[in-house]
Structure formats: C-alpha cells, structure tokens
Design a binder for this molecule. Structure first.
Ligand code: SF4
Length: 328
C-alpha cells in the first residue's frame, strides 16, 4: 500500500492544491483530501483549537480531525511568503499553524511542516521539493519531473480560472477532467465578492453565498478571477502594501474592481476574530466610498452566524441596488 498524505481542504487549499496534489502523487504518495466543511468540521475544530482563534483556524483543526486517523502523514506547511514583494508575509496564524495544531491536538500522524519562504529566491521551492522527495525516497529525476508536472498543473488551474470559472469550479474541472464552462453571465447586477479564499469559496463558511446571489440575479467576480498581471499592476500603484499576502490581494482587487471594472456593489466576507481584517475591512469601505461611490456591505461570519440574518441583509442590499438602477 502506498504511503498516504492528508491535505486539509481549507486555508491554502484553494490557492495551491493542484501543486501539492500533483507533486505528492508524482513522488509516489497517495493523496487524501479532507471532506467538505460541515457543521461537524466546525464542532470538531471548536473543540480542538484555542478559544481565541478565528473561525477559519478552528475549521482548519476540524479538517485535521477528519484526516488524522486516515493518513500516514499530514501536510501543514508553514507559509511565510509566496512572492518576492518587499515585507509581504502571511498572517501570524499561518506562520504558526503547525505549532498551533501540534499544541492543541493529540494522536496526530507525522506532520510535514515545511517552511515555504519564496522571498529566499527563485530556487527555494525546488529546494523544498527536493528535500521532500528525499524524505519519501524519490530520486533527483523523479522529484524534478514531479516539480515540473506540479508547475504545469498550477498553470492549467490558473488557465481554467481565466476562462471565467471560480476556483471551486476550476478545481472540480481540473481534478475530474471535466469540461466545465463559465455560466452565462447575463445578470442584472455585478458584485465583487472579496475576502480570503478560505472564506469566499467555502460554501459552509459563507453560507452558500454564491448560490444565493446568483438566484437574486447577481453576477459574481472575485479577486482570483482577475488576471495576475492586472492585479500586479494595481499593487504597483499602491503607495504602500500591507504585510499580509491574502490581505494585499483583497486590497489590490478592491482597487481593480472599483477603477477598472466598475462593479455595482462590493461584498466583503470577513471572519470574526481576524486581526488583519480589522484594517482590511475599513480600507475596502473607505476606498469604495471615496474612490468609486460603490455600495459596500461587510458580512462577518462566526460560529454562531445564522443563515437567516445574512440572507435578509443580502436581499435588502440587492433590492436597494436594483431600485437605485430602476431594475425593480
Ligand atoms: S487572516 Fe484572519 S481569518 Fe485568516 S487566518 Fe489570519 S486571522 Fe484568521
């Protein structure tokens, strides 16, 4: 039986899953992904994680619970940086994630907690992959081939997103070799839905917001659907960047959606207890107000969030905009 490795279906999953799934499979491991987030995942996470953790971190613990008795190894990288932007790193919870999980949970399988710090140079990821290959008995050429295949998998995934699929649809299409096409976007309104990928694309965390908005006649665009070079152009226009990778992406996307696309409204999904979002949420609100006069709503999710309350606010927001535009 091949050695198995578990990848939690949250946090960095939506950004880098094709890379790691391809890499581990190509060096001979069986990759097991945790189940979709559910109430049970949240309950398990709340039980295991420290009390003052944000909800995505609690949910991450729940995904680890789902995997821990089914795999030989669990993959929890220490994400430090993924691009060479001066001073950019990940939120401190990402930096300490392997330690947080180790300190809170018992009976874990062996943990692969490689430190990923791409600011160290262009060859850093290759060096990390060579280390991992060596650890699992793969030779240089096998590991190098796995590296290039992973790179190609990420390019395929990005290409699918650029056809108009959101990352969830793109992952489904990539993983199951499906030919999904972007929906006909003939909707009355266009909204930018902003936030961290693990909130924007996890149907449980965001209470299936995408489906609800579509049923209300709203087309959704997200930060990941902006071509990377255009996002980079927005980054260069900023007088100063924030410290955190995903936060920067949200801020750059806000600027792009206000100035280049002129969306009808902006929704920010934020998690209760998120330190960086205390600043990011205000920045989006002020940018939307002063630079584009774009209506903005912030939805805060926590473990007690009621679907009814969020839905009522969403409906009111959409209704207000339709009236403003003479559509209702
Ligand atoms: S950025 Fe916010 S929501 Fe994400 S892990 Fe850090 S504190 Fe939690």
């Amino acid at each position: 039986m091949p050695v198995s490795i578990g990848i939690p279906r949250t946090l960095a999953y939506y950004a880098f899953y094709p890379w790691w799934k391809t890499f581990f499979q190509e060096i001979g491991l069986e990759v097991v992904t945790s189940a979709q987030t559910s109430k049970a995942t949240l309950d398990d996470g709340v039980e295991q994680a420290v009390n003052d953790a944000c909800i995505p971190i609690k949910i991450f613990h729940g995904h680890v619970v789902d995997l821990k008795d089914r795999v030989d190894y669990i993959f929890i990288p220490r994400l430090v940086s993924v691009r060479k932007l001066e001073t950019e790193t990940f939120c401190p919870k990402f930096l300490g994630l392997p330690d947080l999980v180790r300190a809170s949970m018992e009976g874990l399988p062996k943990m692969i907690d490689v430190r990923i710090d791409m600011a160290k140079g262009r060859l850093e990821l290759f060096r990390i992959c060579l280390d991992l290959g060596r650890r699992f008995g793969a030779g240089f050429w096998k590991t190098a081939r796995a590296f290039w295949k992973s790179k190609r998998a990420m390019m395929d995934y990005d290409r699918l997103i650029q056809t108009g699929l959101n990352p969830v649809e793109a992952l489904e299409s990539w993983e199951n070799s499906l030919h999904l096409v972007a929906e006909d976007n003939n909707k009355e309104l266009t909204f930018a839905v902003l936030g961290y990928p693990y909130a924007v694309y996890d149907r449980f965390i965001n209470i299936d917001l995408h489906k609800k908005l579509k049923s209300l006649g709203v087309k959704i665009i997200t930060a990941e659907m902006i071509p990377p070079r255009k996002l980079l152009r927005e980054a260069k226009k900023m007088p100063k960047n924030l410290f955190w990778h995903f936060s920067n992406k949200v801020i750059h996307a806000t600027s792009y959606f206000i100035k280049q696309v002129k969306v009808d409204g902006i929704i920010h999904i934020t998690a209760f207890g998120c330190g960086p979002d205390a600043m990011v949420d205000k920045m989006i609100e002020l940018t939307a107000k002063h630079e584009g006069r774009i209506p903005f709503i912030s939805l805060t999710i926590d473990e007690h969030t009621g679907e009814g309350g969020i839905l009522t606010r969403l409906e009111a927001f959409v209704d207000m905009l339709k009236r403003q535009k003479g559509l209702a």
